[in-house]
Design a protein around this ligand. Structure first.
Ligand SMILES: NC(=O)c1ccc[n+]([C@@H]2O[C@H](COP(=O)([O-])OP(=O)(O)OC[C@H]3O[C@@H](n4cnc5c(N)ncnc54)[C@H](OP(=O)(O)O)[C@@H]3O)[C@@H](O)[C@H]2O)c1
Length: 275
């Protein structure tokens, strides 16, 4: 009797201990409504990514919302609960090839009309200031902001090609253009260099996939009040947009994208900015 009580206690203890652990990422395939367009978002735990997920869900799209820890984002968890048929959450760190491969396998055959790269980091400001540059810091910023979009794009390109709209969106880029570099104060080396690499890689993807109807939209969301803007040192009293407003405007630009605009850097208001 006593040993049975100890066994039950142990079971209870194990249940309590494992309840707080992150669950294993899902591997089962999903069946999304083929009549609806589908958006896939990398980096949707907060900020613009979360707002894209919310607004596309409200528009009636299938939403594949990914994040490093989706269950840790109340916004994503609430959204999935509100749209159980159309919102799917998944785990994706854009610097991890194994994550990218698993996600590509899980969604194999699923057309993706709009693939949005919203994962990004600014990085430590001091470490990217001339005179005290910390070269190790560059690696992570480059991995997330430059290699991340390319890694995810390569893995999901067949999904995009299989869709009706065939659009791939990367956010920002202005910080990596010659025009901004010449027109703005210095600093921010690692972020700007990674943005320049992101522009170049997306332009190459555009060139290679144009004939298959793929459109790369490089869209500047403006100054948006998110964690990233705060990390960039943007003074809080300077003007910025809310993520809701910016995401809404960017979604309008995504809808208006034509093949001629592929590879161009477009402002949230539709103005084409040379790079
Ligand atoms: N805010 C602006 O003014 C502005 C202007 C121009 C361009 N952008 C671009 O817009 C995009 C979204 O930024 P935001 O303003 O919404 O900033 P944010 O609120 O800081 O969001 C950044 C997102 O990236 C995710 N992330 C970071 N590292 C990741 C990784 N390795 N793998 C997957 N996800 C990762 C974060 O998720 P975790 O919760 O896992 O950290 C978070 O969801 C960025 O690419 C940024 O460069 C923003």
């Amino acid at each position: 009797m006593r040993s049975r009580a100890i066994f039950v206690l142990n079971l209870l203890l194990m249940a309590v201990l494992t309840a707080g652990c992150a669950s294993t990422p899902p591997t089962e395939s999903v069946n999304l409504d083929a009549e609806r367009p589908t958006v896939f978002i990398a980096g949707s735990s907060r900020g613009l990514g979360l707002e894209f997920a919310r607004q596309y869900a409200a528009l009636g799209w299938n939403v594949i919302a990914t994040a490093r820890n989706p269950q840790g984002s109340d916004g994503l968890v609430d959204l999935a609960a509100a749209y159980p048929e159309t919102v799917v959450l998944d785990t994706l760190d854009v610097t991890m090839q194994a994550d990218v491969d698993r996600v590509a396998q899980r969604f194999a055959g699923q057309p993706i009309d709009v693939l949005i790269h919203s994962a990004g980091i600014w990085g430590d400001l001091d470490a990217q200031t001339f005179g005290q540059l910390e070269f190790d810091e560059y690696e992570l910023i480059y991995e997330v902001n430059a290699l991340g979009p390319l890694r995810v794009t390569e893995a999901l390109i067949e999904n995009v090609k299989a869709s009706e709209q065939k659009k791939i969106i990367t956010l920002g880029g202005g910080m990596g253009t010659r025009k901004t570099i010449e027109g703005a104060p210095g600093g921010h080396y690692w972020y700007r260099m990674a943005r320049a690499a992101n522009l170049a890689s997306m332009a190459i993807v555009q060139r290679e996939n144009k004939k298959r109807g793929v459109i790369i939209g490089i869209i500047s969301p403006g100054k948006v009040d998110t964690q990233m803007l705060r990390d960039s040192g943007w003074p809080p009293h300077f003007k910025s947009m809310s993520p809701e407003e910016s995401a809404g405007l960017v979604i309008e630009q995504i809808a208006a994208l034509t093949p001629e605009l592929g590879g161009e850097l477009i402002n949230f208001d539709g103005k084409v900015i040379g790079w």
